[in-house]
Design a protein around this ligand. Structure first.
Ligand SMILES: *Cc1c(COP(=O)(O)O)cnc(C)c1O
Length: 386
């Protein structure tokens, strides 16, 4: 059991002195809610993606997904096709709008949504395809965008894992989707505590999301503060939401974004090292991108080979006994009571995701990990799988 050695957590954010100073400055500035820091964060995010998009900061990726679908006109009677191997937020926003998610299985080799099954799930009610770049590996966006075009569907990318990931050399967020949503939750590739960014190339979609982000008001508090027309005047044009990001969080985000390429490099080094050092264990290692595409390495997901006699749950327990934190991404949505019962889903309907789920675990991968930490994970896996 673990004695002197500390428990190695599954994930940890990396917050430096720069972030702490920036947050302190935001607190001292007198403007703590959405204001100049948020505007600057959005500008910097757009620059990071190469300039050709509008970025809207929100208080979670869940909020961003909701805003994107709302702006695309998703409502009762509509269907949104997505993967069963995702976090419930991907699908719950569809229900917020009274529409129905349609779950499809994954491709066992990539763990991403199965393109052929998207095609066979399209009905006259289908409005949106919502791919999830699982773990940071980009879905086949060429195929998804072509399918959407052929059937006159919209595409909203759940890119909560994919900052930064590329498809055929292009950053996720700059492809021809209708909107792309990133998460800055504590364990994502950069964090604002809670927060997200929704990006789009379409001015009309951006405009609607901006209004709905703040109560359906046509001017936000900062606009009113800096404008020459009466500061007290605004008009409500829709029953909107309260999804704006604070300047405190944005100040943190600005500093994290500066470090993002360094964070990526660290994740790549650790992932490559896992790939090498876990190679001879009875494991299926994470799928790699085709060509030279960038994998964000939000998660490092391993699957137990069929030859392993222990169950996944036993392996997780064994690692925990040795002081190693792990997680499972995800209990697929078809196994959760709400989704299973509402849409009469069975495990047999999703053989690939279900089998992946039964053999998978995510092992620690984060920028604060040392090679020593990583060696502990590898040694523990060796021992548990022996
Ligand atoms: C983290 C996550 C979300 C939700 O992000 P929040 O910022 O916590 O709302 C959505 N989808 C996926 C796939 C995620 O991993």
């Amino acid at each position: 059991m673990v004695s002197e050695l500390q428990f190695l957590p599954f994930a940890l954010p990396e917050i430096g002195d720069e972030e702490i100073a920036a947050v302190a400055q935001a607190l001292q500035s007198g403007w703590v809610t959405t204001g100049p820091q948020t505007k600057f964060f959005e500008q910097r995010f757009t620059e990071y993606l190469g300039g050709n998009v509008e970025s809207l900061a929100v208080n979670s990726a869940t909020a961003g997904l909701h805003l994107a679908l709302e702006a695309l006109g998703v409502g009762p009677g509509d269907e949104v096709i997505t993967t069963t191997l995702t976090f419930t937020a991907t699908a719950e926003v569809v229900r917020y709008l009274g529409a129905d998610p349609v779950f499809v299985d994954i491709d066992s080799s990539t763990l991403n949504i199965d393109i052929d099954q998207i095609r066979s799930s399209i009905t006259p009610r289908t409005k949106v395809i919502m791919p999830v770049h699982y773990g940071g590996l980009t879905c086949d966006m060429t195929a998804i965008l072509r399918l959407a075009k052929d059937h006159n569907l919209k595409v909203v990318e759940d890119a909560a894992h994919a900052l930064p990931s590329t498809w055929k050399g292009q950053l996720v967020g700059t492809l021809e989707s209708d909107a792309t949503v990133f998460s800055f939750y504590a364990n994502k590739t950069m964090t604002t505590g809670e927060g997200g960014m929704v990006v789009t190339k379409q001015p009309e979609i951006a405009k609607r999301m901006r209004v709905m982000r703040l109560h359906g008001m046509n001017r936000d508090a900062f606009d009113r503060f800096v404008s020459k027309t009466p500061a007290w005047y605004y008009e409500v044009i829709a029953p909107g939401f309260k999804y704006n990001l604070t300047d405190i969080a944005a100040a943190l985000g600005i500093e994290q974004l500066k470090k993002l390429s360094g964070f990526l490099e660290k994740r790549q080094v650790l992932a490559n090292r896992y790939n090498e050092l876990l190679d001879e264990l009875p494991l299926i290692l994470p799928p790699m991108p085709t060509g030279n595409d960038v994998h964000a390495w939000h998660l490092y997901v391993i699957r137990l080979d069929a030859s392993v006699k222990k169950s996944r749950d036993n392996v997780i327990q064994g690692l925990s006994n040795l002081g190693i934190g792990t997680s499972v991404h995800y209990v697929p949505l078809h196994r959760h009571p709400y989704w299973r019962d509402r849409y009469s889903l069975t495990n047999e309907m999703f053989p690939c995701a279900d089998s992946a789920y039964r053999s998978m675990l995510s092992i620690p991968l984060y920028t604060k990990m040392t090679f020593g930490d990583q060696d502990r994970v590898i040694a523990a896996l060796r021992e548990v799988l022996r």
